[in-house]
Every structure is written in C-alpha cells, then in structure tokens.
Design a protein around this ligand. Structure first.
Ligand code: SF4
Length: 484
C-alpha cells in the first residue's frame, strides 16, 4: 500500500497554485488513459455511483468531469474500467449499501484485471470504515475523503501509472479549489456550492466531523460561476451548502446569504434559483423579503424541523424551540403565501416519548407542510446522540413513525389539492421513463407534474394546467407555448 503525504511548501500553499498543479496531473492522467486505450483497443469506460445529498451529487459531477476530461467514456454499467463510489454516511443503511455493492464489485474485478476501483466521500472520513475497506476489500485501488476531492486528478494519474493502492484522507482543509472539470447531469440546471462544512454540531449528525468546519466561498467567485453557467445555457441554479443561510461568516468582505441570493437573482438568464439547505435559526427577515421581491427565487422553502418537541430539539442541539419554529413558518406563510414549505423529521431520537411525537404531529398540522422527508433516527458513532440513553423499543419507534408519516401524507395531499386546476409555470426536466410519451416538469414550489411531451421540451418553461392530483405529484397538460 502506498500512502501519499499531502504536504505543500508554504509558497505553493494557495488555491490557485493547487489548481495549476492539478491541471498538470490532468495532462498526465490523459497520457495514461491514452496508453490504456491503446492496450485495450477501445476507449476505457468509467462510472460514478453517487450516494447521499445534493452536495455529494455536485461532487459526483466533478469526479465524472475529471474522468471524461482524462479520456474515459461514461457507461451506466458499474463493471466499468474505472468505478467510483462517492459515499454518504448520514444513515447507517447508506454505509451498508456501499459494503453490499463492494461485494459484487470483486466479481467485476476478476473479469477485468485492468479495472480500477475508488472510494471517496463522507464514509471515508471515518477511520472504522477505512480500516474495514483496507482489511476486507483489498481490490479497492484508491481511497480519499471529502477535504481533498480536488486532488482527484493527481490520484487518478498515479493510480493509472503505478497500480499501487493509494489512501489519502485529510482530517480538515481550508482549501476551496472549485474550477476543475465537471460534467453536469443536466444542461439547463446546476448546483453551485456556496459553503462547505458545518459548524452547528446537531447532536445526531456526523456531517461536521466528516465535512469539517464551515467555509464560505467568496461572493465574486460564486457570482462569476453563475454568470458562466448562465452563458452556457443554464436557467436554474441551486445554491448549495450544509447550512446555506449562515453563509458569509469569516469572509473578508461581509456578505449575508440574503445579499448573495439577491445578487445571484439579478444575473441575466437565470430564471430560477433554489437553495438547500437552510437552518431555521438563521432564516432572517431580510431573506424572506429578498425572496418576496425576486420572482425568480423559487417559491419553495425547505425548513428542516427534525422534531416538534422543544425538549428533543434541545437534546438535538438545534438551537430553536417549537414556538420559534412555528413563528418562523407562520411568517413565511404570511409573507410568501405562494411558497411551499417542506421539511425533514427524525422519529425515534434517544429519549423521545409519545408526548414528544404528539408535539411533532402538532407542528405538522399547524404548519401544514407541503411535504416532509421522515426518517427513523440512525445512530452515528462519534456523535453526542450515540451516547444518549435510548429506552424506546423498535416497536414503539415504528408505531410513532407510522403516526408521523400518516400525518405528513395527509398534510401533503391537502396542500397539493389546493393547486388543482391552476395553471403554473413548469420547467421540463426529463422524459418520464415510466409513462411513454410523457415528460416531467417541476414547478417553482418544487411540485412535480407529468405532461404529454417529448425530449425536445427538456430545459424549457411551459404554462402547465394541473389536472389530476396524485398526492405528491400531478398529471397535467401544457396550457400554451413555451415561455421564453
Ligand atoms: S445543520 Fe445540523 S443536521 Fe445540518 S449538516 Fe449541520 S450539523 Fe448536520
């Protein structure tokens, strides 16, 4: 096994020089890929499997972009010449899915001795996972973490060259190297990272430990990236961060999230802006006003609740009470009446009782959420919650989860029904693979609607009548020409 020591001299220690350094490794990776192609008598293939959140999806676009730029060709088959799993560790079942997949990968490797296998992402920031991979999956060629993804060109060149295993995990970084190749999944929409890491330390969450402390990109860099995306045909952007609305801390020139999104909304050609994920404690009045006065900021606020019980929120270190959350949601409903409010809810947090769950259900009813992602608490080793007493049985947790889910589904259905018969603007995103002859569009409030159409409509806005409500989504029809 070979371990890279990632030290740079002091004068090399700038993001720009690091970028130039990686560009040189890109050249080397191209040469190695060309040599592999000559040996195989075909273009080598690559596949990136992504697990987890929008930020991971954005990282997966960079990994794929680097592989394509090096000369690989994408395949949908995991039995590729270069396979990467970009892992997630937010819930235990995400870890298990990766280990399950690795079991299968060993067979691909036996059939293709030239195959290279890489693991990266949040799971690799945890020592126990890396040890398990090193011990049980000796065919994995490359392991790196979240802080040094920008060094992938370097690892790629070296792994193609030497064939030796490379393991390089950084515990932290203050680096932001964002201009390496990226292969966007959609030509008309794109995520844009604005912050990395998180300082909130919610007691159940592993993210601050695997993604590090919060760092904000400079506003000029973000706005420059959005301008370039707009010039390349992107119409919708999503500002990404673990806690987007705490954006700006530590910047030399102060800039709040509200100021940033206000400036982004004014960039020519950007017709819709989304953001993910805000934290209720940082949701300012200024932000609500900026959303209100910019029609191209999506009418969708995802406001993670996690629990409706003030006692449990305290244990979770969420830094708001039930009453504060309700007051904020009320303010958003009043100031932005056309916005959907969606949320995340955890059921089964250590110490949660039936009364705490009643509080959660009370909040669901009072906010009248448009949708919610509901999860059963998953213990993450190394977090404070993992050490808390948890007297509830699995049976009790499942019952409580069913109660919450039923209430969420009822709320979502009632909210969706309010739109029936309305004509709203939808951006067509993809061909509907389940229903031939249909495409899927997304409304500003994040509602999905399936309409008759074909590939030529992808990336275009249409007025769409919402005919048949199916709970979380609609069947509809275009009610006019493309909106240009
Ligand atoms: S805000 Fe809380 S839940 Fe979200 S990433 Fe940070 S620590 Fe995790």
């Amino acid at each position: 096994m070979r371990k890279i020591i990632s030290g740079l001299s002091a004068e090399e220690n700038t993001d720009l020089l690091e970028q130039q350094r990686q560009e040189r490794y890109m050249e080397a990776a191209r040469e190695k890929t060309a040599a592999l192609a000559a040996r195989l008598h075909r273009t080598p293939t690559c596949h990136v499997t992504n697990f987890g959140c929008q930020m991971n999806a954005k990282d997966a676009e960079k990994l794929l972009g680097i592989l394509l730029s090096a000369g690989f060709e994408e395949t949908q088959d995991e039995a590729a010449d270069f396979l990467i799993y970009n892992t997630c560790t937010v819930r235990d079942n995400a870890d298990q899915r990766v280990f399950g997949r690795l079991g299968r990968v060993s067979h691909y490797r036996k059939n293709n001795p030239d195959m290279k296998i890489a693991l990266c992402g949040c799971m690799m920031q945890e020592d126990l996972n890396v040890e398990k991979v090193l011990k049980s999956y000796p065919f994995v060629d490359l392991i790196f973490g979240t802080h040094n993804l920008f060094r992938f060109p370097e690892y790629l060149a070296q792994v193609l060259d030497s064939g030796e295993r490379i393991v390089d995990i950084w515990k932290k970084t203050d680096r932001i190297v964002e201009s390496l190749p990226s292969e966007r999944k959609y030509s008309f929409k794109s995520g844009v990272n604005i912050t990395f890491g998180c300082d909130n330390f919610c007691s159940y969450c592993i993210v601050p430990y695997v993604r590090g402390r919060e760092r904000s990109r400079k506003p000029e860099e973000i706005l420059g990236e959005i301008r370039a995306l707009s010039e390349s045909g992107v119409k919708e952007i999503m500002l990404l961060g673990q806690n987007v609305n705490s954006y700006g801390r530590g910047l030399d020139e102060p800039c709040t999230f509200a100021e940033l999104i206000d400036r982004a909304a004014k960039i020519d050609g950007i017709r819709r802006i989304r953001f993910m994920t805000p934290h209720p404690k940082d949701f300012s009045d200024e932000l609500i006003e900026v959303i209100k006065r910019n029609e191209n900021i999506a009418r969708h606020v995802h406001l993670p609740l996690q629990s409706g019980s003030t006692q449990i929120l305290k244990q979770m270190n969420r830094k708001y009470t039930k009453e504060q959350y309700l007051a904020l949601a009320e303010k958003i409903r009043t100031r932005l009446p056309d916005a959907a409010i969606t949320t995340d809810i955890i059921v089964g947090f250590p110490g949660e009782t039936d009364r705490d769950v009643d509080d959660t259900i009370d909040v669901i009813r009072r906010v009248h959420f448009d949708n919610a992602y509901t999860f059963i608490y998953s213990k993450r080793t190394g977090t404070p919650a993992a050490r808390m007493e948890d007297p509830a049985t699995e049976e009790e947790k499942k019952d409580r989860f069913s109660r919450v889910l039923k209430c969420v589904q009822q709320s979502a259905k009632e909210r969706a029904l309010l739109l029936q018969g309305k004509v709203m603007t939808g951006l067509v995103e993809e061909v509907n693979t389940q229903s031939p002859g249909k495409v899927t569009a997304r409304l500003s409030d994040n509602m999905i609607v399936h309409i008759d159409g074909d590939e030529s409509m992808i990336g275009k806005f249409y007025p769409i009548r919402l005919d048949i409500c199916c709970g979380f989504y609609y069947f509809g029809e275009t009610a006019g020409e493309e909106i240009v």
